[in-house]
Design a protein around this ligand. Structure first.
Ligand SMILES: NC(=O)c1ccc[n+]([C@@H]2O[C@H](COP(=O)([O-])OP(=O)(O)OC[C@H]3O[C@@H](n4cnc5c(N)ncnc54)[C@H](OP(=O)(O)O)[C@@H]3O)[C@@H](O)[C@H]2O)c1
Length: 367
């Protein structure tokens, strides 16, 4: 997890980092970060007040930060402060009352927002309510807004499309192999990469693997290394195909059939993020069905050195370059000697731009 450090230069960066603290605990609610900057304290982050969404059913980030600000700086100073928040404040009664009313009642005069919330119960109405109450509303600059949208993707995607967000994670050699010809894959990636995967598991509602992976590796598919401490429930484990009764993944759900029916089959579970962990046969099915939103690839500095290993995706690929899937690298970084590639598929890139453009519809003059 990213730690908030003194290197944070702006309240917007600070709000984005704060939101990470809610990533595991708040779902299915969005993981939101908020910062209150008292008048004249723009450069002095020691005076900023931080808050993030609490465990599902608990306080939203705005409530946390406003309550804290009342205690630390008092009502009078609060009225002259600016609130930075990564997601449009809610304007409806859910488990908690609308955040918009609390903001208005607090007397805060300016609110700076990361992105519109495409939840139909919000969808610009939170912003319009603040404007109607005489509050100045602005958005984060484009770069920071896109960062905010990217990190809220599973929530935003599920709210907008009604479908779960599919994250494919694989570990490969430099030459794109996820296992040797004998099926050996322990371990291609570094310990740091594998620990990070446990964090990703802790943010997922379900984990999917193929039967061959279970036969070969007998994985537990749980979030461990401390990431289980914040979890109400471990992710549901789903295996495609038949396995034996003594595999460690049991109890799990076995799914068999056309992958196109997968979402319908699991509709009642209301999954927000599904983590697909391979192998190549399963990865290929999700890819071919156009169901993958994001790929996290841990590429190790190892070379398999042949064609007979297990490739990232099974089956036949594209016949022409123009028919290849096209997406975009969201970020690339080194982790424990591996390269962590964070890739968004074409549909996801389009979706991010669509959410960004929602700011055009809220009646604000944009800079
Ligand atoms: N490096 C990594 O990140 C990574 C990750 C995972 C796995 N791996 C490695 O990859 C290898 C396994 O990959 P793989 O491509 O051989 O197998 P796989 O994708 O794990 O499993 C494929 C098998 O799952 C069953 N299956 C898949 N889709 C199904 C569906 N829709 N309905 C019913 N059954 C379905 C079929 O089992 P039946 O044969 O019973 O029909 C199919 O043969 C292992 O060596 C493993 O170690 C590496």
């Amino acid at each position: 997890m990213i730690e908030l450090t003194s290197q944070v230069k702006t309240p917007i960066d600070s709000a984005i980092l704060e939101s990470y603290k809610a990533r595991v605990i708040s779902r299915p609610n969005p993981w939101v970060g908020a910062v209150i900057v008292p008048e004249g304290a723009d450069q002095e982050n020691s005076e900023w007040i931080l808050g993030h969404t609490q465990r599902y059913g608990g306080n939203h980030a705005e409530v946390e930060v406003i309550n804290r600000a009342r205690e630390i700086i008092g009502d009078q100073k609060l009225r002259k402060s600016t609130l930075y928040v990564t997601l449009e404040p809610c304007n409806h009664f859910g488990n908690t009352p609308p955040c918009t009313e609390l903001i208005i009642e607090s007397g805060i005069k300016k609110v700076v927002i990361g992105t519109v919330d495409p939840d139909i119960r919000v969808s610009g109405t939170g912003i319009k309510r603040l404007i109607a109450a005489g509050i100045t509303v602005e958005f984060f600059a484009k770069k920071e807004s896109l960062t905010t949208i990217s990190m809220l993707l599973p929530y935003l995607w599920q709210k907008h499309t009604g479908r779960p967000f599919i994250l494919l994670k694989l570990a490969s050699t430099l030459d794109g192999k996820i296992a040797t010809r004998k099926g050996d894959s322990k371990w291609i990636s570094s310990e740091s990469s594998r620990k990070y995967v446990h964090f990703i598991r802790s943010t997922s509602d379900a984990i999917v693997v193929g039967a061959n992976t279970v036969r070969q590796d007998d994985p537990e598919l749980t979030a461990r290394y401390g990431y289980d401490e914040d979890l109400l429930d471990q992710p549901i484990r789903i295996v495609l195909g038949d396995i034996s009764n003594d595999n460690k993944v049991i109890p799990c759900i076995v799914f068999k059939g056309d992958i196109e029916t997968f979402f319908d089959y699991f509709a009642d579970y209301k999954f927000q993020q599904i983590l697909v962990e391979g192998g190549s046969g399963v990865a290929k099915q999700f890819l071919s069905a156009g169901m993958i939103n994001q790929i996290l690839l841990f590429m190790a500095p190892k070379i398999y050195g042949g064609q007979d290993g297990v490739s990232l995706f099974g089956g036949n690929g594209a016949d022409l370059v123009e028919n290849m899937g096209k997406g975009s690298f969201e970020s690339v970084e080194l982790i424990g000697g591996d390269i962590k590639i964070n890739y968004h598929t074409e549909d996801t890139v389009k979706f991010i731009n669509l959410v960004y453009e929602l700011r055009q519809n809220v009646g604000l003059k944009l800079k």
